[in-house]
Design a binder for this molecule. Sequence first.
Ligand SMILES: *[C@@H]1O[C@H](CO)[C@@H](O)[C@H](O)[C@H]1NC(C)=O
Ligand SMILES: *[C@@H]1O[C@H](CO)[C@@H](O)[C@H](O)[C@H]1NC(C)=O
Ligand SMILES: *[C@@H]1O[C@H](CO)[C@@H](O)[C@H](O)[C@H]1NC(C)=O
Length: 138
Amino acid sequence: MGLLFCPSLALTMMTCVFLIQKQLSQTCECEPDSCYNNGTCEEKADDPSGFQCSCPSDFFGERCELSECQLNNCWNGATCVLNTTNSVSSCICPKGYHGTWCKKAKCGENATCYDTFRFKPLPENNENCDIEFNQRCL
Ligand SMILES: *[C@@H]1O[C@H](CO)[C@@H](O)[C@H](O)[C@H]1NC(C)=O
Ligand SMILES: *[C@@H]1O[C@H](CO)[C@@H](O)[C@H](O)[C@H]1NC(C)=O
Ligand SMILES: *[C@@H]1O[C@H](CO)[C@@H](O)[C@H](O)[C@H]1NC(C)=O
């Protein structure tokens, strides 16, 4: 916002405040870059910012600036990638891990999947040792 120059001393204080408010509200209208990631902008007089963004799936935040990738849903050092065509995020798992969020490990020939709460071996889960259920390859 720039400073508004009150053009004339003849203007009352009230008029000046009115003009400043008018200028402020103008800077809050929808502009091409109001919403990121192809969010659509809608002017909302009752919203403090003056507008509201509708975000494509997988984007959120006041201005659609956040994506699921920023939630860090990928486990075990996986990389989150966003498909910008359909806004769907997915995890690229490091070697030895799989599953949507890379939470499942393949224990390999020299390790066994363990339930780390009860320290109980779960050899039947050696291919799908699931960190979500407190299972680890040991
Ligand atoms: C936004 O839409 C344009 C045109 O459809 C597309 O080329 C671009 O990749 C989109 N960007 C994102 C971040 O979805
Ligand atoms: C991204 O989404 C589009 C549309 O659903 C799909 O055709 C494309 O294969 C996807 N790209 C990747 C890298 O998954
Ligand atoms: C498993 O252990 C054997 C014997 O110590 C070793 O030769 C083999 O390389 C190990 N395999 C892996 C995948 O670590």
